[in-house]
Design a protein around this ligand. Sequence first.
Ligand SMILES: Cc1ncc(COP(=O)(O)O)c(C=O)c1O
Length: 384
Amino acid sequence: MKTDKTIWATPQEFLTARHPDRPVAFFCPEVLHNTARAFAAGFPGLVSYAVKANANAAVISNLHAAGVTAYDVASPVEIDLVLAQAPGAMLHYNNPVRSKAEIIYAVSKGLQSYSVDSFGEFDKLAAALPKGCEIAVRLKLPIKGAAYDFGEKFGADAEKATELLKRAAAAGFRTSMTFHPGTQCHDPQAWVSYISACADVARDAGVKLERLNVGGGFPAQRSGRVPELPKIFKAIKSATQASFGADAPELLCEPGRAMVSDAFSLAARIKSIHDNGSVYLNDGIYGGLTEFRDLDTNHRFSCLSPSGETRGGKPIPRVAFGPTCDSLDKLPEPLPLPANMAEEDYILFSGMGAYVGATCTRFNGYGDILAVTVNMLNTQTPRT
Ligand SMILES: Cc1ncc(COP(=O)(O)O)c(C=O)c1O
């Protein structure tokens, strides 16, 4: 993403002044600050930002300025980024699979907290980490509630988690547990089930947990469904008290999506309207709209003419293709575009801060998203 230094009032102001012919990611730092403050005020523990969701340097430096002191990193590149943008921050290396070289690099940078979900990875950590580091055993459960499940790739079942916890304690590490209920999870019960299962594992292992990391997975607003974060925070707090009692560990969460999603909108342009009514956009599945394939597809958007008017009229569902030559480059569901939309209009998708830059490719030379800073993101009527 190339950055334009000017700060614009709104996406509309930029679009009508510049008529960009490439996708634009609009970043509003104020929204990010407000979200960070809402997490800090509402979550009953330490809030750590999962850098993978959006590793833009401006995102990290703004979170740092908003008082976020902890970051979940998944690679040496993310370690370097946070050390540069958020000096003094506390880093947690919670990608549970690392090469030996990656572990050595993290140790050399002073990282003191690592997750683990397998015996082989535990042995690699035990050989390289100084005593007194934290090892957080990552549990997986077969539960639903998220847009997609992370359990197939990461996490140990209860039996293996119990053994890992025993080994970590015996080797002199600080012992904690962690889990991730799956991304875009609206169901507080997912956290409740995990917290109760973590308490059982700790009890079976005979190990007192120092901290419990309840993961990311917090939902952002994509469609008309409004996330209920306070309800999830409350469920986490009471489940921790009920499951652990006097042995309750300190809580930690590491939101990615929910922290950064609302701080960005993405404008894609209608390049062409086919004779059969389908539309061709200048961004698609290989660019900033990758997650349309994996998450709910009825994403919030508005449609603007090149002179900035909001298009209206009864929506007509239209097949929407991305700009590349690949026929898979098609949104999974038709977009209900306003009746009077026209070629060269902009479709402004809101809630586009998470996993857009990370998953965007340059297939056919597209995916060159311009980053623009704005004072305000337009408020849009959520689609229902
Ligand atoms: C270890 C870890 N923590 C946090 C996150 C952030 O998840 P989300 O963006 O769903 O909040 C992820 C996502 O992959 C993760 O792997």
